[in-house]
Design a protein around this ligand. Structure first.
Ligand SMILES: NC(=O)c1ccc[n+]([C@@H]2O[C@H](COP(=O)([O-])OP(=O)(O)OC[C@H]3O[C@@H](n4cnc5c(N)ncnc54)[C@H](O)[C@@H]3O)[C@@H](O)[C@H]2O)c1
Length: 471
């Protein structure tokens, strides 16, 4: 099929690359001319594993442009995949979606096209986008659109860092459409994924247990709500384990063991039960805020979602509280942050806890050193006002610090030579804000190890290991 994708960010570019890999003819449009020239030159502007490799295979089927007219010329389906960042009042800023819909209305010249909201948009946006398409068409063509546009909702569930895998091997595909033809077109488009009938790329083999992918076909509002409700649930699962973590710290329980004990219950599941500094990234904060904003339009309170947000905010404060507990005074201290991205395998810094913590530490008079394996350039470009010392290596970041905080659990940090790192600090102290390091190993390397809930399970684990060896 001929597909046009508007917006070539994490979602649009991944979707475009995967659909082109499946054999569809894809035209990607973005208003960011610099991004488009990089893509045309074969350069991938974001860090996303396997995206470059997939684009290389898919190159005969994908093109990039800033020009709506040429991009839309042959389109049977148009995806809107532009950003929907948060407004100060919590609701999403829909100006990019509006501009994309206006552009489609202005430049589409064919007889019928399915316009798909892939951006995360508030409930009711399907109808709103359709009205913009119609009005824009009428304004520029001087005649009625007459059923030329059918709007569908196809929420995106990919995770940055595993975006290609999630797109080719999804848990489900959700399509909200009230026009039968639109549903049929999207079904045809996604058929290779739904049936898993495509040849898997050599670098990302199909999981063994993978079978046909469930298609959830709904009306527009239900599809829109699925996306918000799913993200809010994942967010509250993280906040729940963090709340339990605080209690675990008080009573001297090991939160990792507690999380494992909870998560093995198949009714609960172990994913998203990892304690730590809480969620970040472009979605959970924005989508929970948008859910609350929508609810308030109907005079509805959502105290569970609100509490998940409150707990998450407090986790970030805990980093500062713990450093104060350990060092007493932060003014004049040097703190090293290992990791800036909101999670490993991405360079995305949107709502990254590390960025907020850099600011909080600077506000308290600390010197801050930072390192990240892939997000350093983005940090420099996006946060020029933050006077943190950018380190080229983890060793440089750790050297002469009063404390080091593990902010992102990049695998390369977990595997570092911690004994050598300990020699670079006068009193080696590590605050593991992700509960990702092995406290026994780091402790043996010479570090005082601590976590957000204060509980250091190292002595208990050491004792258990010794008892095991004795037995
Ligand atoms: N990033 C994720 O992990 C993720 C996951 C699921 C859903 N989503 C949702 O998908 C949407 C896109 O997110 P993203 O992370 O890909 O955003 P992004 O900021 O990475 O990319 C958006 C792109 O749209 C372009 N753009 C803006 N206005 C445009 C216009 N009028 N015409 C053409 N291009 C335009 C921007 O230049 C940018 O390249 C958001 O609604 C987001 O909530 C994101």
């Amino acid at each position: 099929m001929n597909v046009c994708i508007i917006g070539t960010g994490y979602v649009g570019l991944t979707t475009g690359a995967c659909l082109a890999y499946l054999g569809h003819q894809v035209s990607c449009i973005d208003t960011d001319a610099a991004k488009i020239s990089r893509l045309r030159a074969g350069d991938v502007p974001i860090y996303e594993p396997y995206l470059q490799e997939l684009l290389e295979i898919a190159r005969p089927h994908i093109e990039f442009s800033t020009d709506y007219r040429s991009g839309l010329a042959a389109a049977e389906v148009v995806f809107i995949a532009v950003g929907t960042p948060p407004n100060p009042d919590g609701g999403p800023d829909l100006r990019y979606v509006c501009a994309a819909a206006e552009g489609i209305g202005e430049y589409y010249e064919g007889e019928f096209v399915v316009v798909v909201n892939k951006s995360t948009v508030p409930i009711g946006s399907g109808n709103w986008v359709e009205s913009i398409l119609r009005e824009s068409f009428q304004r520029y063509r001087g005649r009625q659109a007459n059923g030329r546009f059918a709007v569908a909702s196809n929420p995106e569930f990919l995770r940055e860092g595993t975006a290609i895998y999630d797109t080719l091997y999804p848990d489900r595909v959700v399509i909200g459409a009230e026009n039968a033809h639109a549903l049929e077109v999207l079904y045809t488009l996604y058929r290779p994924i739904l049936d898993q009938s495509f040849t898997a790329p050599p670098f990302l083999t199909r999981p063994e247990e993978m079978s046909a992918v469930p298609l959830v076909s709904t009306d527009l509002s239900s599809a829109e709500l699925v996306k918000y409700a799913a993200n809010a649930f994942l967010a509250l699962k993280i906040s729940y384990i963090n709340e339990i973590g605080r209690l675990a710290g008080k009573v001297g329980a090991d939160i990792l063991q507690v999380a494992r004990g909870i998560g093995l219950d198949t009714r609960i599941g172990s994913r998203f039960l990892q304690p730590g500094v809480g969620w970040g990234g472009s979605c959970f904060g924005k989508d929970t805020a948008a859910l609350l904003a929508t609810a308030s339009e109907y005079n509805l309170r959502m105290p569970i979602v609100q509490a998940a947000r409150d707990v998450n905010r407090h986790q970030r404060d805990l980093v500062i509280e713990r450093l104060l507990d350990e060092l007493r005074i932060l003014k004049g201290r040097t703190i090293g942050l290992l990791g800036l991205a909101f999670k490993p395998q991405t360079d995305d810094l949107r709502d990254a806890p590390a960025v907020e913590i850099v600011q909080k530490l600077i506000d308290r008079g600390a010197r801050v050193k930072v390192h990240d394996p892939v997000a350093m350039n983005r940090f420099r470009q996006e946060q020029p006002q933050l006077a943190a010392l950018r380190s080229a290596t983890p060793e440089e970041c750790v050297q002469f610090c009063d404390a080091v905080v593990l902010m992102t659990e990049w695998p390369q940090y977990l595997e570092m030579n911690w004994s050598q790192l300990a020699t670079l600090m006068e009193k080696p102290l590590i605050l593991d804000a992700r509960y990702a390091l092995d406290p026994v190993r780091v402790g043996r390397a010479g570090f005082r190890y601590t976590t957000l809930d204060r509980w250091n399970p190292a002595p208990a684990r050491l004792a258990a290991a010794t008892a095991g060896a004795l037995a």
